[in-house]
Write a protein that binds this ligand. Structure first.
Ligand code: RIB
Length: 368
């Protein structure tokens, strides 16, 4: 049996030399491997899946034959037998926004650590697309889905999640059996605004996220909380929705600049919005932070590379991803039957895009 690999398998399979891998009309099956190795199908399965009760020598011999015959275990058959596809899916709303891929990376590390595969679906902020993806994922028997951000309303989501383990991230969806994890959006926006008030700003504008998102609502509330605590009435003329993208920040700031209401600082709904805000300010001849301070939200890597580097609210995408994966596996395994709604802390990262208002800074210099 120690001849070269082809002779070995030819003799074992009783076939003349030539194509050992599969006859024209069929793929190699586990039965072929068992016959060639002279062992049972259960032994082949144990050799493939790292099971116990098999000697190292037998395992190696089976694996050599698997390799030589080009046998590919049929995952679909295995998942039907095991009742698990070993596949997890993530649906995300905007693959061009660095916040989401950074979070998905943490999810994938957890999924791969468990020997599972991650499928990625991109809804492009389209609720219909997200629903269609979820229905497809159910049909494909994925073990669970993490719904990341996005516009999918709770009742639409409820319609498709029966029998599917689901965890939502970044939004306040309360569904039976569905856990969620998100950052403290309201607390983060409150702290960002408080940072500007502490610098001496009293005219602080807000360019938030898309209407209809719990995240956008919570951040606007946090902004207003800080103003109220400082005895400053919020001025709707200084508030504008955005789209969580650079364009939304840019256009909203141009509109704010065209209004009579003055402002010396802007709280942005996320970092991409803040980058758009800074572009519009610079185009209008306002320098950042000397004329106008800007604070973002997320702390994506880019926040440290724009100039001036962006003061922002750091969300831990790693913790969000790891918690979402852990909660999903608890739902899949049934070790968690009552949903939890986790809120993770955030912190303000102070960089060069925020500073005292020009008047106060000038006074400070005079007093020097
Ligand atoms: O940058 C994308 C934004 O959408 C983030 O702030 C995240 O919280 C999500 O809501």
């Amino acid at each position: 049996l120690l001849g070269n690999r082809e002779n070995l398998y030819a003799s074992l399979l009783g076939q003349p030399g030539g194509n050992l891998f599969a006859s024209e009309d069929r793929l190699v099956t586990i039965h072929d491997v068992a016959a060639a190795a002279g062992v049972s199908i259960a032994t082949v399965s144990r050799a493939l899946n790292g099971g116990a009760r098999i000697s190292a020598q037998t395992r190696q011999r089976v694996l050599d034959i698997v390799d030589g015959l080009g046998y590919q275990p049929n995952d679909l058959a295995r998942s039907l037998l095991a009742g698990s596809s070993g596949t997890i899916a993530v649906i995300l709303p905007d693959i061009t926004n660095p916040f989401f891929p950074e979070l998905v990376k943490a999810v994938e590390e957890e999924v791969n650590r468990r020997g599972n595969l991650l499928l990625l679906c991109h809804s492009a902020d389209d609720e219909q697309k997200a629903l269609a993806d979820l229905i497809q994922l159910r049909r494909k028997q994925v073990d669970g889905v993490i719904v990341l951000g996005g516009q999918l309303s709770g009742d639409r989501l409820a319609g498709v999640v029966q029998g599917l383990a689901v965890v939502t991230v970044d939004r306040d969806v309360r569904l039976p059996g569905v856990s969620s994890v998100q950052s403290d959006h309201r607390g983060g926006a409150r702290a960002a605004t408080q940072h500007l008030l502490d610098l001496g700003h009293t005219q602080v504008a807000f360019v938030g996220g898309p209407k209809g998102l719990s995240v956008s609502r919570d951040r606007q509330r946090g902004y207003r909380d800080a103003l109220k605590r400082a005895g400053i009435a919020h001025d709707p003329a200084l508030e504008s929705p955005g789209d969580f993208l650079e364009d939304g920040g840019y256009l909203a700031t141009k509109a704010l600049l065209a209004k009579p209401a003055k402002f010396t600082a802007v709280v942005a709904g996320n970092d991409l919005t803040a980058i758009g805000v800074m572009a519009a300010l610079l185009e209008a001849g306002r320098t950042v932070p000397d004329d106008v301070s800007v604070v973002g939200y997320d702390d994506i890597r880019l926040a440290s590379y724009v100039r001036p580097r962006l003061t922002t609210v750091r969300q831990s995408t790693g913790d969000l991803g790891r918690r979402a994966a852990a909660l999903l596996y608890e739902a899949i395994s049934g070790t968690r039957t009552t949903p939890v709604h986790e809120v993770l802390p955030v912190d303000v990262v102070i960089r060069e895009s925020s500073a005292a208002p020009a008047l106060i800074a000038k006074r400070g210099r005079r007093r020097g």
